[in-house]
Design a protein around this ligand. Structure first.
Ligand code: ADP
Ligand code: ZN
Ligand code: ZN
Length: 742
């Protein structure tokens, strides 16, 4: 006999409330998570509908008090069913309670006393607004206001939220213009999207041959009812977005809806406007700065059929479109597609699952596909489409590698190599623009030799060791520990140490080397203000600076036609991250950075500075050769059986009591051994950050070729934890195929 947990009210705050019913034998084959059922409810046994959210073999209550499910609602295609199935998928494959999973897919209901929406309109005639705008353009520091005015010249009514959040115009700027009588701000009751003026300048783009072939292939499959997952591997600037939009239009014309995932960092004015210009108010945008109420609103509009395209970060995947036809994941390799809270789902796999529920098509796109996606494409699981050329036929930037070891030998200790300086001087003289890129990730901690370039690595795991206080170095996968060395174990040099360099220092160096150069810096410090990103980028686009310095933030999705030189200050930083993904991340970052150069009419050059010029990730990105990178990286993963050649389950145990965390992790390791004596277990060890906010964290990694074997391990731990009475101070969570060291 089976027993079902049923919810009767699908709203976020009622998800905890489930009712248990008996599954009659004759219905057993039809009852699964997500299915809609009719049940007798309350004392009067009135028939109501509910959804099955859980199934188990043992009753949770006195069986004599349980009632049986009356019937299953046939062909229940309700969107709620889909979302519950999706939640069940998350729970099973990523580890969480059903409740956590349901809360991930179902948005919070808005509060009763919701704030009034505000709308912005022009208060002066269009001609006069043009004059105001021209005046502003002659001044500096008016970028926000300028953008707002430009917008209002194209759109009659602009939503306040859209102006402040999506277009990133500060409220001070809006109020300023209101005071001057240039614009009006009115309160309204309903939320609506900006209306595009009929006269809005629509740049009509004709797909080039490669783009056309890509789009036609997907559309032909859709028309003949073949629903697949495609991976579009297109070089930077190959026009992937245009291909997406062409297929989107096709799907929308069929009366279906589309979800477009883009990484939060690329959710800029530029990108958002491309979708608005093409699809007008069929489009809605989600972003992480929205309040739960606003997100709920957007989801309600989707459910009601008011919109047919949702653009947003990973959570947009749960948009309740009833007739979903297409899911697009742009920059598929981005790490932000993996959730960093439980359930730690990956949007790629979840999208493919959701598409499977409704027969939707999935398009993944990237210039640097993840090892996961590309290996699946090679195995024929995804259909590979390649765009070899830039959209308007521009050449890819040429690339030079500078060996920093040689620089050191010749006495140059500056962050800028001689070659980079030379090219910078040339570009500055020609009034062309330069981007300098310094990856900050993994900046702290790794130790490498400045003479031979080799980082100090764990002998067991082949990842860089991490320097800790007290001069010990440690591997965060297996716990291998060694004392910090004075001389390089490879070449004996004493020039060994940790790498310290930041964007701020780089800015100083540039200004010292080229006095009078106008420099903009974009990093976490300079973009903390609400409008930081956009203001810096628009200022650079308007050529208000010659050099843009930045962290990985500046490499994505920006088109600056006048940039003809890109300098990568230290490729080693990401190369030496203590994580087996470091080669892949380096290749991605370098390729994206190189792709920023030469987008306009002038050809571009990229200079990659590194202590490891022979490293395959560096060489392959300099040659823009994805295939060679993939072949070598895949061989490395296979050799050490890292994903995608295997799967890893990370288990983190934490407690304010160190002893409890340690003991509990040991206990769980034993639970795993008992369940699966042959499985590979690493640890327990201190987590990457062993103690955070007074909480001690231990981690166990379990490795297996078969994903389901890890799911079985996870279920065994869940079951054990449910019954365990001791160590209540500890908490445990799972991370399947973690994207960074946990
Ligand atoms: P990707 O997403 O592959 O980096 P985009 O779709 O952003 O590329 O396109 C890069 C640039 O090329 C954009 O400015 C876009 O408007 C332009 N573009 C794309 N396709 C075409 C085309 N067929 N003809 C002219 N310009 C195009
Ligand atoms: Zn050395
Ligand atoms: Zn190790």
């Amino acid at each position: 006999m089976k027993y079902a947990d049923i919810i009767i009210d699908i709203s976020h705050e009622r998800l905890d409330k489930t009712f248990e019913y008996i599954v009659p034998d004759e219905l057993e084959s039809q009852v699964f998570e997500g299915v809609q059922v009719v049940i007798p409810f309350g004392a009067s046994n009135r028939a109501i509908t509910g959804y099955v959210v859980g199934l188990h073999d043992e009753p949770g209550f006195d069986v004599t008090k349980l009632k049986p499910i009356a019937r299953v609602v046939k062909d229940s295609i309700a969107i709620e069913s889909q979302l519950i199935s999706l939640a069940a998928f998350l729970k099973r494959n990523y580890g969480s309670t059903m409740n956590q999973a349901l809360k991930t897919v179902i948005p919070i209901k808005k509060k009763e006393n919701e704030k009034l929406k505000k709308e912005i309109t022009l208060a002066i005639p269009v001609e006069q607004a043009r004059i105001e705008l021209n005046e502003m353009l002659t001044k500096r520091h008016a970028i926000g206001k300028e953008r707002l005015l430009k917008e209002l010249l194209e759109i009659d009514v602009l939503d306040w939220e859209l102006a402040t959040k999506k277009l990133e115009v500060s409220s001070t700027h809006i109020r300023d213009l209101e005071k001057k009588g240039i614009i009006r701000v009115d309160s309204v009751r309903t939320f609506r999207n900006p209306h595009m003026n009929a006269s809005a300048t629509k740049k009509h783009i004709v797909l080039n041959e490669e783009q056309e072939a890509a789009a036609e292939q997907i559309k032909a499959d859709i028309d003949t009812g073949r629903r697949k997952t495609y991976l579009i591997h297109g070089v930077t600037g190959s026009g992937k977005t245009e291909v997406y939009m062409d297929v989107m239009e096709h799907v929308i014309n069929m009366g279906q809806q589309v979800i477009v995932l883009i990484p939060e960092i690329a959710l800029t004015y530029q990108t958002v406007m491309r979708f608005y210009t093409r699809f007008g108010d069929k489009v809605s945008i989600l972003n992480s700065r929205m309040s739960p109420g606003e997100r709920f609103d957007q989801f309600e509009r989707a459910k009601a059929g008011d919109i047919s395209i949702m653009v947003g970060p990973r959570s947009a995947l749960f948009t309740p479109f009833a007739n979903l036809g297409l899911i697009i994941i742009d920059e598929e390799h981005e790490t932000s597609y993996k959730s960093e809270v439980v359930p730690r789902y990956h949007a790629r796999e979840t999208a493919v699952y959701r598409a499977g529920l409704t027969g939707a098509t999935v398009i993944l796109g990237s210039a640097t596909p993840s090892l996961e996606a590309y290996s699946r494409a090679q195995a024929g699981e995804y259909k590979l489409i390649t765009l070899h050329n830039r959209a308007q036929g521009q050449d890819m930037a040429s690339c030079e590698i500078v060996d920093l070891r040689a620089e050191l030998q010749s006495g140059n200790r500056s962050m800028l190599s001689r070659r980079l300086k030379e090219l910078m001087a040339d570009r500055l003289a020609k009034k062309q623009q330069i981007m300098l890129f310094l990856n900050r990730r993994g900046l702290m901690g790794f130790v490498s030799c400045r003479a031979c370039g080799k980082p100090l690595k764990c002998p067991h795991c082949d990842v860089a060791l991490h320097l800790h206080n007290g001069g010990v170095m440690k591997c965060h996968y297996c716990g291998f520990t060694t004392k910090a060395v004075k001389n390089c174990p490879s070449c004996g040099s004493k020039y060994i140490g940790s790498f310290k360099a930041g964007t701020q220092r780089l800015e100083e160096v540039v200004k010292e080397t080229f006095p009078g150069t106008r420099v903009l810096r974009m990093d976490a410090d300079t973009t903390s203000g609400k409008n930081g990103h956009e203001e810096i980028l628009s200022a650079f686009a308007a050529h208000e600076a010659d050099v843009l310095i930045g962290t990985q933030m500046i490499v994505k999705g920006h088109d600056f036609a006048n940039v003809t030189l890109v300098g990568i200050i230290a490729a080693d930083i990401s190369l030496n991250e203590s994580d087996f993904h470091s080669g892949e991340r380096t290749f991605q970052l370098l390729t994206q950075a190189v792709g920023r150069a030469g987008r306009g009419t002038e050809p571009g050059v990229a200079v990659i500075q590194t202590y490891q010029p022979e490293n395959y990730a560096v060489v392959a990105s300099a040659n823009q050769d994805y295939d060679s990178f993939f072949a070598q990286e895949f061989a490395y993963r296979k050799l050490l059986s890292y994903p995608p050649c295997s799967h890893i389950l990370g288990i983190q145990v934490s407690s304010e009591k160190q002893k409890d965390a340690v003991n509990q992790a040991d206990i769980l390791a034993n639970v795993i051994k008992q369940k699966d004596p042959e499985i590979v277990i690493m640890g327990p060890e201190d987590a990457y950050i062993g103690k955070l906010k007074d909480v001690y964290r231990r981690v166990i990694y379990v490795k297996a070729d078969d994903y389901d074997r890890l799911v079985i391990v996870k279920d065994a731990i869940d079951k054990f934890l449910l019954e365990q009475k001791e160590y209540r101070s500890t908490s445990t969570w799972f991370d399947f195929d973690p994207i960074s060291t946990i």
